[in-house]
Design a protein around this ligand. Structure first.
Ligand SMILES: Nc1ncnc2c1ncn2[C@@H]1O[C@H](COP(=O)(O)OP(=O)(O)OP(=O)(O)O)[C@@H](O)[C@H]1O
Length: 264
């Protein structure tokens, strides 16, 4: 859904971020417009998850340079809760388990908190039950998952579907999916992709962090970015992911073949 007239949702300029001891992000630039799907790929340890967590406001990281505008707001001035309320959703690479808290309670609390902050009506338990079951159908999830503790004993794939269910309920402006495809069998991958495609529209945008081209067969990105040592070193179209799959990341440093897409 690339369109020059679409509004800018996220504008990241020269982003540098550290843990206590190390600089991990070393000057990221990225602009995401409404209606777009961006994939971020790259070797293990290149900084992809850190970037996602910095966008969500994770307290382990300190931004030392640069700025992030999210829908014309200074994102770095917002707390993690305010970012979620403003419309950023991060689906975790390793979703956490919350023993003793029913998934239905957790989802309703998350939904109602966001809705009330947005000035919308909250749903009572019965209304919410109807609403969440509709969304679960989309993701082909068994309603029994509502009564179980959040993610406790869920298989890897079930946890990932539960993350997408949360995203479907919260309807973020920017959905960030960190390796949502890892641990999914082919059928689950297609179902999750169907859910993401259903949620993706002209008003929102998605950032998918993935190691595998196969996800991008089902969720077709407008842009593919390659991260290396804390920077985006290459940007192209969906064909860039195919080339990376074929040749590996070393190929990016081989000038003779390096003619796919546009450099960042
Ligand atoms: N909280 C932290 N404390 C110390 N080092 C960290 C922390 N978070 C990330 N790092 C380091 O920063 C680097 C980037 O990590 P990150 O998880 O962002 O990489 P990634 O590209 O998502 O990797 P993968 O593909 O393996 O998930 C790694 O070397 C990692 O060990």
């Amino acid at each position: 859904m690339k369109n020059q007239n679409n509004k800018t949702i996220l504008d990241v300029q020269n982003l540098h971020a550290n843990t206590q001891s190390t600089e991990i992000l070393k000057g990221i630039n990225l602009t995401v417009k409404s209606g777009e799907i961006h994939a971020i790929m790259g070797l293990n340890g290149s900084g992809k998850s850190t970037f996602a967590k910095v966008l969500a406001g994770h307290p382990d990281y300190t931004v030392t340079q640069g700025n992030i505008q999210f829908e014309q707001q200074d994102l770095l001035a917002l707390s993690p809760e305010e970012r979620a309320q403003a419309g950023i959703f991060l689906a975790f690479q390793y979703p956490i388990e919350i023993p003793g808290v029913a998934n239905s309670q957790f989802l309703r609390l998350a939904y109602n908190t966001i809705q009330s902050k947005r000035g919308n009506d909250e749903l009572d338990p019965l209304e919410f039950d109807d609403f969440v079951r509709e969304k679960m159908k989309l993701l082909e999830m068994n309603p029994d998952f509502l009564d179980r503790s959040v993610n406790e004993g869920f298989s890897g794939g079930e946890k990932k579907r539960n993350e997408i269910l949360q995203m479907a309920l919260l309807e973020p402006t920017l959905g960030i999916l960190d390796e949502t495809d890892s641990g999914l069998d082919i059928d689950a991958l297609k179902i999750v992709a169907k859910g993401v495609n259903h949620l993706s529209n002209a008003q929102n945008a998605m950032i998918l962090i993935t190691h595998y081209q196969r996800l991008l067969d089902h969720i077709v990105p407008d842009y593919v970015h390659v991260m290396e040592a804390g920077r985006i070193v290459k940007t192209g179209g969906k064909e860039l992911a195919l080339e990376l799959e074929k040749h590996g990341y070393d190929w990016l440093h081989d000038d003779r073949h390096n003619n796919v897409g546009v450099s960042a």
